[in-house]
Design a protein around this ligand. Structure first.
Ligand SMILES: *Cc1c(COP(=O)(O)O)cnc(C)c1O
Length: 363
């Protein structure tokens, strides 16, 4: 069986460096917000091309701390892509604001900028863009709309470490971005982790305080903060893996190119890309009307696939208040998408096998 991902194989590549990094933290005697977090923040800010990086507990917290940092009112609204992982939406609702769903472009799966303006009201304060599957959203259009209406733009960069849009890296394409370092992400820790990147000095100051009980000086609390700090051990591991991120993304691109050129089954819709180089292929997502049948066929032929995602946020039981909404493009995508294996540690023969089996599907 070819598993969808092989995290063990992924990290074994860096085993000795990772062991060294863990040992260094263990022996330092400093385990919370120490030298490793600080160094990683500097290195990742430089990688993204931004002034500030603030390490936090996970991707969801990264996004919700940005929203909290802006201190908008409870009734304010955030434009969100309807087609995304639930965390994007939870970041808004757990911060007390209201998500307003916008349909995606059926070809890129990212938020359709043409449909944003009709959803803007006097309560709208933020537009959230998600670079879904590793391809940057149309940030030029989104930033233009935001400027016109005086809104903040935030990026959910959880699937887009290293992705580029018009020469700039994801994380540097808006007012602030939230990264996740969940183990399966393009830059993954050996546990939970996240970060905020921004060029906004004031926001950076606030989220730095918010992640640590709202305090800069111990026992002096300026804001009602939370406890969401990037772990020192994870930061040390991330510093090792950051060095190889571009190389890993390059391998993903090579596999993606092979898939794009060699999957010829007419029943299958391949991902569309504007200019492939900036895409970092967190996921390679194909679409077909009989998705479940294709998934079963691939499984019977030894290939594990996943669905990202089976139920859209507005149809989740957790969001009963939005269940009445009809968002046909989002719902169609959720019925038809299937993620096939793509990972920097896949062997060429495995990539070929995936193509052969997909091309042999004829139901
Ligand atoms: C993974 C992910 C998140 C959440 O990250 P965690 O670190 O798991 O909290 C948010 N948004 C998207 C699009 C993601 O893929």
């Amino acid at each position: 069986m070819l598993n969808f991902s092989d995290l063990k194989k992924l990290n074994v590549k860096y085993q000795s460096e990772i062991n060294e990094a863990i040992k260094k933290v263990a022996e330092s005697g400093w385990y919370i917000l120490g030298r490793e977090v600080e160094a990683f923040e500097e290195e990742f800010a430089e990688y993204c091309g931004v002034k500030h990086c603030i390490g936090v507990g996970n991707g969801l917290e990264a996004l919700s701390l940005i929203i909290k940092g802006y201190e908008f009112k409870e009734s304010d609204e955030v434009i969100v892509p309807a087609n995304t992982y639930i965390a994007s939406i939870l970041a808004v609702s757990t911060s007390g604001l209201t998500p307003v769903f916008v349909e995606p472009d059926i070809n890129t799966y990212n938020i359709d900028p043409e449909k944003i303006e009709e959803k803007i009201t006097e309560k709208t304060k933020i537009i959230m863009a998600v670079h879904l599957y590793g391809q940057a959203a149309k940030m030029d259009k989104i930033n233009e709309i935001a400027k016109k209406h005086n809104l903040k733009v935030i990026e959910d960069t959880a699937q887009a470490h290293g992705a580029v849009f018009e020469g700039k890296r994801a994380g540097n394409l808006s007012d602030a971005a939230g990264f996740s370092f969940y183990p399966t992400k393009n830059l993954g820790a050996l546990g939970d982790g996240g970060a905020i990147t921004t060029n906004d000095d004031e926001l950076a100051r606030k989220v730095r305080i918010l992640r640590n009980y709202g305090s800069k000086i111990k026992y002096v609390n300026l804001l009602k903060g939370t406890n969401s700090r990037l772990d020192e051990v994870q930061a040390a591991i991330l510093r090792v893996k950051l060095k190889y991120l571009d190389e890993d993304n390059q391998r993903r691109r090579k596999i993606a190119r092979y898939y794009l050129e060699n999957i010829t089954n007419e029943k299958i819709i391949l991902p569309q890309i504007k200019d492939e180089s900036p895409h970092v292929w967190h996921l390679f997502v194909i679409r077909t009307e009989k998705r479940d049948e294709l998934q079963e066929y691939l499984k019977n032929n030894g290939i594990q696939t996943l669905v990202h995602y089976p139920i859209p946020p507005h149809k989740q039981e957790a969001y009963k208040e939005y269940n009445h909404l009809t968002l046909p493009i989002t719902e169609k995508i959720h019925r038809e998408v299937l993620s096939i294996p793509i990972s920097p540690v896949m062997e060429d023969w495995q990539v070929k096998k995936v193509v052969e089996i997909i091309n042999s599907y004829d139901r």
